[in-house]
Design a binder for this molecule. Sequence first.
Ligand SMILES: C[S@@+](CC[C@H](N)C(=O)[O-])C[C@H]1O[C@@H](n2cnc3c(N)ncnc32)[C@H](O)[C@@H]1O
Ligand SMILES: *[C@@H]1O[C@H](CO)[C@@H](O)[C@H](O)[C@H]1NC(C)=O
Ligand SMILES: *[C@@H]1O[C@H](CO)[C@@H](O)[C@H](O)[C@H]1NC(C)=O
Length: 315
Amino acid sequence: MKEEQKQPLFQHHRRRVAAFTRKKFTKPAAYVILLLLSYFFGYLSAPSSNSQYDSPPVGPRIAQNRVTQDTAAADNDHYRFTTQCGAPVPSKLVRQTILDRLFNGTSPYDNFPPAHATTLLRKKKIKGWGSNGAVFENLIRKVQPKTIIEVGTFLGASAIHMAQLASGLGLKTQILCIDDFRGWPGFRDRVRDINMVNGDVLLLYQFMQNVVHENATESVLFVPFSSGSALQQLCEWGVFGDLIEVDAGHDFHSAWSDINRAYKLLRPDGGGVIFGHDYFTSADNKGVRRAVHLFARVHGLRVQIDGQHWVIHSP
Ligand SMILES: C[S@@+](CC[C@H](N)C(=O)[O-])C[C@H]1O[C@@H](n2cnc3c(N)ncnc32)[C@H](O)[C@@H]1O
Ligand SMILES: *[C@@H]1O[C@H](CO)[C@@H](O)[C@H](O)[C@H]1NC(C)=O
Ligand SMILES: *[C@@H]1O[C@H](CO)[C@@H](O)[C@H](O)[C@H]1NC(C)=O
C-alpha cells in the first residue's frame, strides 16, 4: 500500500516543481533541470512491477496500513454493490432460518450418507491451505462470534478448525459455509483420492462426511451455491455474520466481488471482522491483495496482516 500512497504525493510534488521551474528559469539549462527532475519523480512514482509482493513482509508480524478515502473512485460503477439487506435475523434463529430456507426445515445431515455414496466417500479426507493459522484463534477469541460466514470451504478444513476453536472456548457458534463445492477446473490433479461420478466430484458429500466425522454437524451448515448469489441471498434474508472469512476465487474480480458483498453481511451494529487467505502466499499476485487494497482505499479502512491472512475490522 505504501507504494500506492506515494503516487499522488509525488504527482502533486511533480506539478509544483514544474510550476516553480517555469517561473524561475528561462534558459536552456532550466529545461535540462526540468527534464532531469521530471525523470526523477516519474521514476519514483511509476507503478513498480509486482516485485513489492514477491518477498515476504519484514518487520513485525502484524503490519498496519492506513488507507485513505478515495472519493473520485466512488463515482465508478464498479464500486457499487447496492443491495439493501433485510432486517437482521437474531443469532439464535440463524440456524433454523437456513434450515427452513434451504433444506425444507430438516437437517441435511439426517440419514447421511445416502446408500449410493457410502462406498465412494473416505471416512475422513480433509485438506486445506493455511486452514489452521493462528489468525482463526486470534479472531474467534477477540470477536466471540455467534455467527461465522465462510466464503470458500472446500473440504471443510478451516470451517472444522473454527468449529473446534469455538466449542473449545465454550461458544455456541453457527458456521455457515458458502461454496459451490465444485473446486476449480483441474483441482483433482492436486487433491487426489476424491471420487468422481458421472462428472460430479463429490466435494459436497466429502465435506459433509468430514463434518460428520468431526462431530460438527450442529455448528457447521452449508450454503451450496456460488458465492455471488449466496451472499446476495443471505443479505436479503437478513443473515449477518460477526466474523466472515473470504477464501473462494483468488482472481481479482472474484475476490473483489466476494469482499464487497461479504462486507455488507457484517453485523450492522459494528464490531464485526472480515478476513481472508492468500495475502502473503504465492497465490496473492492473482489479485487478492489488489482487491483488498482497493476495497480498503474506497472505504477508508485499515488492513491488518496476520500470518498469510488480511484482516479488516468494521467500524
Ligand atoms: C481455497 S479453497 C477454500 C479452502 C478452505 N477455506 C480451507 O481453508 O480449507 C476455495 C474454495 O472456493 C470455492 N469457490 C471458488 N469460487 C467460487 C464461487 N464463485 N462460488 C462458490 N464457491 C467458490 C471452491 O469450490 C473451493 O472449494
Ligand atoms: C418438506 O417437508 C414437508 C413436511 O414438513 C413434507 O411434507 C414435504 O414433502 C417436504 N418436501 C420435500 C421436497 O422434501
Ligand atoms: C465424535 O463423537 C463420537 C461419539 O461421541 C466419539 O466416539 C468420537 O471420538 C468423536 N470424534 C471426534 C473427532 O471428536
